[in-house]
Design a protein around this ligand. Sequence first.
Ligand code: PLP
Length: 389
Amino acid sequence: MKLVYVDSNATTRVDDEVLEEMLPYFKEYYGNPSSIHTFGRQVATKLDLARERVASIIGADTSEIVFTSCGTESNNNAIHCSLEAHPERRHVVTTKVEHPAVLNVCKYFAKQGYEVTELSVNNDGMLDLDKLRDSIKDTTAIVSVMHANNETGVIFPIEEIGKIVKEKGALFHCDAVQAIGKIPINLKNSHVDLMSISGHKLHAPKGVGVLYIRKGVRIDPLLIGGHQEENRRSGTENVPYIIGLGKACELAEGFVKTEQTEVRRLRDKLEKGIKDKISNVVIIGENSDRLPNTSCVGFEYIEGEAILLLLDMVGIASSSGSACTTGSTEPSHVLQAMGVPPATSRGAIRFSLSKYNTDDEIDYILEKLGPIIKKLQDLSPLFDDSAKK
Ligand code: PLP
């Protein structure tokens, strides 16, 4: 059976050059980078290079890069550590459309008695920046707003948001896990204090991430132990994976170019094909600035889970907008926050492409998708003639 992977916002295939660069660091160069002997030094040098590559792609200084185990850890660190470092400030501002790795951390702190403001978005998935400004108070420790949404691809204007947060004197954390490698990021003149990155969304392996901490920003570490990462994240560094992430960052300029041209062309072709061939579809977030690889499509009056399963049976791997990991068919919190009607959000499917997708694959999806949707619409008690557009 033909297999087509269009779930790259969940994870990406490791790039060949990335893997090649990692392999010697399992068997040939396996020293601990903190050791002062030759084995350690060989590895420490390469770790330095990885740090330079990451710093360079986001316009940061190497001293501002802290390696972590994943995007989730980076997000946890950013919020937890900022609150610990500023105990006099007990307010957090975030948005209703963040990834659970931010939202659930905020909910945890709400249970501990912190005040948490979750900002809503409009139908296009955009934030009201005046409301953001108004929400920040003297007691606000941190504002955590993502760069690009994992479900819809909608991009938030982090430059403008950063300016507002700075005016108000809070820390600004940005979850850039979905943005890195897809759109350019330059922190040089930005007001981002803390930024999260994850390796496996940009063709590096799973299990490695970065927390960017702007020079001068005071945060207390979450993991305490040895003195790795300048005392900001203890634990022996995951050397091969960090080297892989470093290589991916070196290649990221090329990745971004491909995303903006070839991947965008394929995504647009997919969306056009869907709109031409299938009735009762909505492209969610279509009017907003979006990641070039992401398409969140609401197929009205049918269940996303059913679409997913039927797509999977013909070898197409995508993802649904519902909280499928918990076995629930509740519409996703992101689509709910955007005010997408349940009849649309229940049938939402996310197609997220990468540089490995081809025209043939898009043609294959379009060929298979039409009959699957038609079959489900015919079976749906909600999809009667009056529902048809
Ligand atoms: N933030 C966003 C926006 C994500 O999409 C993800 C993963 O999907 C994460 C954070 C978590 O990253 P990780 O899987 O590396 O923990």
